[in-house]
Design a protein around this ligand. Structure first.
Ligand SMILES: O=C(CO)COP(=O)(O)O
Length: 138
């Protein structure tokens, strides 16, 4: 079971909902986390259980970043809006940066999110389970 973060900027929320509906059969096997509004919308549209953090501009990206920093998050699906300025851009950048620091599989658009889902079903992220073991030994 992987811990997966779902995050979508406002203009990308319809796409995130489409994604969550299409891949519900995969997502339901995992532990889901989301920023506040994204989580709410995904839950309403799919009935999936999602642990919701604060809304992004109020610190949600940072809360997910904190999980990444303790190497607890296994995958991040972040439907970013590259065409709209975000008041919390530093938080967004920090989340993307930490994903790279910890080599966390990260998708920032639908096309790559789908690839991550297919890779997940093929077992290509089993190496993350070694990280889970390391976390337990800490
Ligand atoms: O702004 C976001 C990510 O940067 C998303 O936050 P919400 O899911 O609360 O809209």
């Amino acid at each position: 079971m992987m811990k997966i973060a779902l995050i979508a900027h406002d203009k990308k929320k319809p796409e995130m909902i489409e994604f969550a509906i299409a891949y519900k059969y995969i997502l339901e096997k995992h532990e889901l986390y989301a920023t506040g509004t994204t989580g709410q919308k995904v839950m309403e549209a799919t009935g999936l259980k999602v642990h919701r953090f604060q809304s992004g501009p109020l610190g949600g990206d940072q809360q997910i970043g904190a999980m990444i920093a303790s190497n607890e998050m296994d995958m991040v699906i972040f439907m970013r809006d590259p065409l709209t300025a975000q008041p919390h851009e530093p938080d967004v950048n920090a989340l993307l940066r930490l994903s790279d620091v910890y080599r966390i599989p990260l998708a920032t658009n639908m096309a790559s999110a789908e690839i991550l889902m297919h890779a997940l079903t093929r077992g290509e992220f089993h190496w993350r389970e070694l990280e889970h073991l390391k976390n337990k030994q800490k």
